[in-house]
Design a binder for this molecule. Structure first.
Ligand code: AKG
Ligand code: FE2
Length: 211
């Protein structure tokens, strides 16, 4: 009897095999004011459904509360922070962090180390205007690289001194990198939406001591 090996078709592989596309020559830079910039690459992760499912089911998502005026309110999204050395929930994310470190090595001069994750359960979840200014990003140029999974939501950016906001759509498998002075001279947000929106997971890679 001859054993016939199962050969998945290219089409099946395309659906289940999560992989990263190239960065070199594909990432598009948008120069903002005051030494800030944003790099954007839609569709960097291919076959991202598998990664998204893992993120939804295997991450120990946490609800956080914060003080607002005289009461405590729930932060409108779920969170999980992966510190240096913590194993990420999907191998593709480890590869993504490595590729980003390699691609930005000359400009950043240090590796991406941590992975902050947010789960926006639906359109009511959001993040208000802020810069990631905890740690060194309060006074030095740095980068925050975001890979997005699931429902598309816009990431808005506006200059701190006032001015109109820019809108970057971030969809399933898209990469967006905020760089230069972006965290201290600009702010970003993911606004609530009344449009039907399914869950979205944002994975943010940052160098050490940037949050
Ligand atoms: O949802 C995003 O991609 C942005 C999240 C964010 O700005 C943050 O957690 O600091
Ligand atoms: Fe942020």
């Amino acid at each position: 009897m001859t054993a016939i090996a199962y050969q998945p078709s290219i089409l099946e592989l395309a659906d289940t095999d999560a992989r990263l596309g190239p960065l070199e020559g594909r990432v598009r830079r948008h120069e903002l004011s005051a030494g800030a910039w944003v790099d954007h690459l839609p569709g960097w992760v291919r076959g991202s459904d598998a990664v998204f499912q893992t993120l939804l089911s295997d991450v120990g998502w946490r609800a956080e509360r914060r003080e607002m005026y005289d009461r405590e309110v729930e932060v409108p999204r779920l969170l999980r922070w992966y510190g240096a050395g913590e194993v990420l929930p999907h191998e593709l994310l480890t590869d993504a962090r490595e590729q980003l470190t390699e691609y930005y090595a000359d400009e950043l001069g240090e590796p991406f180390v941590t992975a902050g994750m947010c789960l926006y359960r639906d359109g009511r979840d959001s993040v208000a205007w802020h810069g990631d200014t905890l740690g060194r990003s309060a006074h030095s140029d740095t980068m925050v690289a975001i890979v997005s999974f699931g429902s598309a939501r816009p990431l808005l950016l506006r200059p701190r001194g006032g001015g109109s906001s820019l809108r970057f759509p971030v969809g399933h498998g898209d990469l967006i990198v905020m760089g230069g002075s972006c965290q201290r001279t600009w702010e970003h947000s993911v606004p609530k939406t009344t449009r039907a929106s399914g869950p979205r997971v944002s994975v943010q890679f940052r160098p050490v001591d940037v949050a």
